[in-house]
Ligand binder design. Structure first.
Ligand SMILES: [Zn+2]
Length: 263
């Protein structure tokens, strides 16, 4: 499996992706908003884009579908419940469905509600394990829930699915938000040494060569995976004095999500 992260350089800071089979040159494009950059990248590599996967229905993820379908004839895949919202959709995905790219790549669809209620993440099983996480999990952060999502569902997705992936899973999110998210981590946990050491580099990072994190690193720098950390809880109590003595992780997650919305 070959992965190319395509930095759009747009105001929304979207990342698009190409995943290709090294044997056949067939490629799947994830959320190819910048269809021209995706096509140019595929052409450079000698790949043909045969499938498009939308992680969810928001326009900054689906807006390139029509042009790319027209130019390549690629088939559009998305969550089965997104069919009324994504006109180009040809295949609806359910949890556990397998997406083949060429001969050598297999991706598994995960049903990951929260950011929207028809959001999929895809997990590669061939070669290096990698998660394409759309707007569910960001580097050092979590997706918002205010355009058709639900924070309790997002918590379930984090705790029941994402937190259980292997530690070395590479994380490929839908946007470059790492600097802002690390600043939020430090706001919530000022003594987080790892986040503190990374922030200056990430503020200067060239998004064309963005850092790719692992789940293990996310556990260190992503507040939404640090729900039982004493510093996180202590700081949270300053904002929510009614927080119980040993708050359950779900309560901590929901309160953090709430604070991040206003931050
Ligand atoms: Zn979105």
């Amino acid at each position: 499996m070959i992965v190319r992260q395509v930095w759009t350089g747009n105001a929304y800071r979207n990342f698009n992706y190409l995943i290709a089979c090294a044997e056949t040159g067939e490629a799947l494009a994830i959320d190819p908003l910048d269809h021209e950059k995706c096509l140019a990248a595929a052409k450079r590599e000698g790949w043909s884009i045969t499938q498009i996967l939308n992680t969810h229905e928001h326009r900054d993820h689906t807006g390139g579908n029509a042009s790319l379908v027209q130019k390549t004839g690629a088939k559009v895949l998305a969550h089965k419940n997104a069919k009324d919202k994504i006109p180009e959709m040809a295949r609806g995905l359910s949890a556990g469905d397998v997406i083949k790219v060429g001969r050598t790549v297999e991706l598994e669809a995960l049903d990951t509600p929260g950011h929207t209620m028809s959001h999929v993440c895809v997990l590669s099983h061939t070669g290096q394990r990698a998660l394409f996480s759309g707007d569910t999990l960001f580097n050092a952060g979590a997706g918002n829930c205010h355009n058709g999502g639900h924070p309790e569902e997002l918590y379930k997705t984090f705790s029941r699915q994402l937190a259980k992936l292997p530690e070395n899973t590479l994380i490929y999110p839908g946007h470059d938000y790492i600097a802002r998210n690390l600043a939020f981590t430090l706001d919530r946990e000022p003594d987080n040494a790892k986040a503190k050491s990374m922030l200056p580099q990430m503020e200067r990072q060239d998004a064309d060569k963005a850092l790719v994190t692992t789940l293990a690193l996310e556990r260190d720098i992503n507040t939404f995976f640090r729900l039982t950390n004493p510093s996180v809880i202590r700081r949270l109590r300053e904002a929510f004095p009614d927080l119980p003595e040993n708050p359950d992780p779900k309560t901590v997650f929901l309160r953090l999500r709430e604070l991040r919305n206003k931050w």
